[in-house]
Design a protein around this ligand. Structure first.
Ligand code: SF4
Length: 376
């Protein structure tokens, strides 16, 4: 029977090709995959990526999917797969980086959340007319400031609530309109705060014209300074309140304020320690390749700024020396908050060396590769 004529521009949906049998997928893996490091991808009917995984032995890992019992995640993934492919890479470290890159790019449905991200949370200082302090699971590229990563959401929320109360920052929703006291159109507006925090004076109440935008911005700046290492003002406020409570013989309340101060300081010390850890992740990292294709990773502040063949010839050494000068030659501004696009990689690099401490023996000061004549 002839096909019906299609009008110009009409969309004709093509049926998806039939799903290959599980046996055909297994034969494809058996025929092509090697037992060396790499990543693999499973695709759905329309070519969409369903899952990305990595392994030091790609063939063995892929074949294990076909032995999974019903109800296991591996059996479910392979049960949905219409196509499987893989990339062999020089090392487990290279596979880990590639897996992270692909998961970030495609967010495949069976990779629920990247394991390295899942346990962490961050402090976010929003970029709004009246900024707020929030605990968030992920940092996004929205021009807010992010601090962390931390573990322990409840503890962090508690510390931020105290910091917010001390500095009188708001914690209401983003959609609530702000009416600063220096806005002209406030004439005749009822200046009653919109929630109990304004009544209790734990918020400056920018919702109701009870502070100017400048007054609020000053408090938000103090919060930022606190998170970046300057605890003086919030702690001074706490000390004044402690003294006042003791003066009124409210010793229990004074002790509670002292505990609050300690919890706030603990968060700040953690941030200082984190910044220190990130600074220590600056080196040249030599990773032997599975088939002799060794790589050199130039890492600064936990992020991989370059990946090169490990230099063995004069030309390669010249190239490596130039990259080292580019990357480490100029000082970088003091590390305050973390850049959202670098966080996943910093976490991955930190976790890699924590789990494989002997790998630190393969790290070198970058200057070791800055001289061309140096033997590799
Ligand atoms: S007083 Fe107003 S600005 Fe402050 S938290 Fe409550 S609703 Fe938000």
């Amino acid at each position: 029977m002839p096909h019906p004529p299609s009008s110009p521009g009409a969309f004709v949906a093509l049926p998806h090709p039939p799903r290959p049998t599980v046996e055909a997928l297994r034969a494809h893996v058996r025929a092509g995959a090697r037992n060396s490091p790499g990543i693999y991808r499973m695709y759905g009917p329309a070519g969409e990526v369903l899952y990305v995984g990595k392994s030091v032995r790609v063939r063995t890992r892929l074949l294990s999917y076909f032995r999974a019992d019903r109800g296991e995640k591996a059996a479910e993934i392979v049960g949905h797969a219409h196509r499987i492919d893989w990339e062999h890479l020089p090392s487990e470290f290279a596979a880990l980086l590639r897996e992270m890159e692909l998961i970030k790019r495609w967010r495949p449905p069976f990779n629920v959340q990247h394991k390295a991200d899942a346990a962490y949370c961050f402090i976010k200082l929003t970029r709004e007319a009246a900024p707020r302090l929030l605990v968030v699971e992920q940092a996004s590229a929205d021009r807010a400031r992010y601090y962390g990563p931390f573990t322990g959401r409840a503890r962090l929320r508690d510390a931020l609530r105290q910091l917010g109360d001390l500095l009188q920052l708001r914690d209401c929703g983003a959609a609530l309109p702000m009416r600063f006291g220096d806005q002209g159109e406030l004439f005749g507006v009822d200046r009653a705060p919109l929630c109990y925090r304004g009544e209790l004076k734990t918020c400056l109440a920018p919702c109701s014209g009870l502070c100017t935008q400048g007054e609020y911005a000053e408090r938000a700046l103090l919060a930022r300074r606190f998170l970046e290492g300057d605890a003086e003002r919030p702690l001074a406020i706490l000390r004044q309140r402690m003294d006042a409570a003791s003066g009124r013989l409210q010793f229990e309340y004074a002790a509670e304020l002292r505990d609050r101060a300690e919890r706030l300081l603990a968060v700040q010390e953690e941030l200082v320690a984190l910044r220190g850890t990130i600074e220590t992740l600056s080196f040249a990292y030599h990773v032997p390749g599975h088939c002799g294709d060794d790589r050199l990773y130039l890492v600064r502040r936990g992020s991989i700024r370059a990946e090169l063949p490990y230099p063995t010839t004069r030309t390669e050494r010249e190239f490596a020396a130039a990259r080292v000068r580019d990357i480490y030659g100029a000082p970088e501004p003091r590390l305050s908050s973390v850049r959202p696009h670098e966080i996943a990689q910093i976490l991955l690099v930190a976790q890699w060396f924590r789990r494989n401490p002997t790998e630190l023996e393969r790290t070198h000061p970058p200057e070791a590769f800055a001289g061309v004549e140096r033997s590799a």
